[in-house]
Design a protein around this ligand. Sequence first.
Ligand SMILES: NC(=O)C1=CN([C@@H]2O[C@H](COP(=O)(O)OP(=O)(O)OC[C@H]3O[C@@H](n4cnc5c(N)ncnc54)[C@H](OP(=O)(O)O)[C@@H]3O)[C@@H](O)[C@H]2O)C=CC1
Ligand SMILES: O=C(CO)[C@H](O)[C@H](O)COP(=O)(O)O
Length: 478
Amino acid sequence: MSARAQIGVTGLAVMGRNLARNFARHGYTVAVHNRSYAKTESLVADHGTDGDFVPSESTADFVASIARPRKIVIMVKAGGPTDAVIDELIPHLEEGDVVIDGGNAHFPDTIRRERKLADLGLHFVGMGVSGGEEGALNGPSIMPGGPKESYATLGPILEDISAKVDGVPCCTWVGPDGAGHFVKMVHNGIEYADMQLIAEAYDLLRHGLDADAAEIGKIFEEWNAGDLESFLIEITADVLQHVDAETGKAFVDVVLDQAEQKGTGRWTVQNALDLGVPITGIAEATFARALSGSVPQREAGRAALASDAGTWDVTDRDAFVEDVRLALYASKVVAYSQGFDQIAAASAESGWGIDRGAMARIWRGGCIIRAKFLNRITEAYERDADLPLLIADPYFADIVGKGLQAWRRVVSQAALNGVPTPAFSSSLAYYDGVRAERLPAALIQAQRDFFGAHTYRRVDKDGTFHTEWSGDRTEHDA
Ligand SMILES: NC(=O)C1=CN([C@@H]2O[C@H](COP(=O)(O)OP(=O)(O)OC[C@H]3O[C@@H](n4cnc5c(N)ncnc54)[C@H](OP(=O)(O)O)[C@@H]3O)[C@@H](O)[C@H]2O)C=CC1
Ligand SMILES: O=C(CO)[C@H](O)[C@H](O)COP(=O)(O)O
């Protein structure tokens, strides 16, 4: 077997198969391998004309078919399967080879794997890939981490096959060890928030306008021509206008209303709790999926909980639609702002040095959250790379400020009419919280000191204090 392939891909389900085709279409000779050989055979049989594939049935032959230093992309189910594939590859690899995990790995696993492979003289790159099946084929957004020296040889190939916006590749080196998979995780968390906000906007329009799915689909189509232009708004317009062939009903009306998840949103929230970063939009979106799947609770709630909501009387339909659009935009900015805060906090804690403007730039194309307004986020971080709060950037502060009354109207009307809007409402609460002169957290500190002598600080002098609550109530330095 001659080692002629320039890159290898193992794991040829929807993502790996299309990534391999993308490499081949860009002129690379691609070694391909899958645990079960049928997928390898069908890739070559169905798409052999895409370019130069070198199929192998065994791991040994697969590795031997790749030129050194080898670059091998693993595209399998995240978790145990990734470890199984790495363990199978290791005996065949040689010093300096680069193993790239393009799955949705949890970043602590990536850190562990990189250390293990580094001890063996191998490079390990945890690489986030977004764009789904179509993106993998036509140009995904790629978020590689790992050793920077690996990017010198790997980067040009990845940039070549990535999506391009204004000629700029949607791929850059994110940072060392787990940084690439961390950023992909937060990308997915933002994806959850974005999807939940869109779903809430749809629900508001449905209730407020008493409109059907197709009519709302048209509204989304119009929104997609403005500031909200994005992949998710575009596909929402499409989905809402799709008719179920079997029943003739709107497709969305025949889909069971229980949203599932594979784990990246949950990991994002768990990590934010550890970091102490309030990502309320992402958290509410993750919990909204959980609530939708809480079947016994929902049955009990439907049976026992009263609804006092009246009929929603929207008098000016156009004004209402515009209010929902503005509220959606503002809530979306909050969700992204929170996600970028989380990236900053993790980057500082782990010393990753992640450039948030570059992350917004590589999310402009190829990925699920690609959107026109990511250009604005990139510009905001170009104005100030250390921006402490994205929503406080003058562009976003102005645009959200202009929609503030609309946002308040939408959230309050939703509450009065019994339409749940956890992501819209929590984002508005975050906005009001983060701009507040003074928060009731002072009372919480006093309560903590009362029941547990947990101490507090004062507004008028330095130091830490405790009050003798059960004694004479004198205050002393803690
Ligand atoms: N689908 C999507 O839109 C996206 C997916 N991802 C991530 O990309 C990766 C691949 O996703 P996708 O293409 O959807 O495929 P799946 O996540 O469905 O994984 C299927 C692949 O994993 C292989 N596999 C499973 N278990 C093992 C094992 N123990 N040993 C070896 N191989 C194993 C399968 O091999 P076999 O054929 O033999 O069963 C098959 O090639 C995942 O990590 C996913 O999270 C990232 C972005 C988007
Ligand atoms: O990574 C992706 C896109 O970027 C996947 O589409 C994502 O994994 C879907 O997640 P979930 O199944 O949890 O909704």
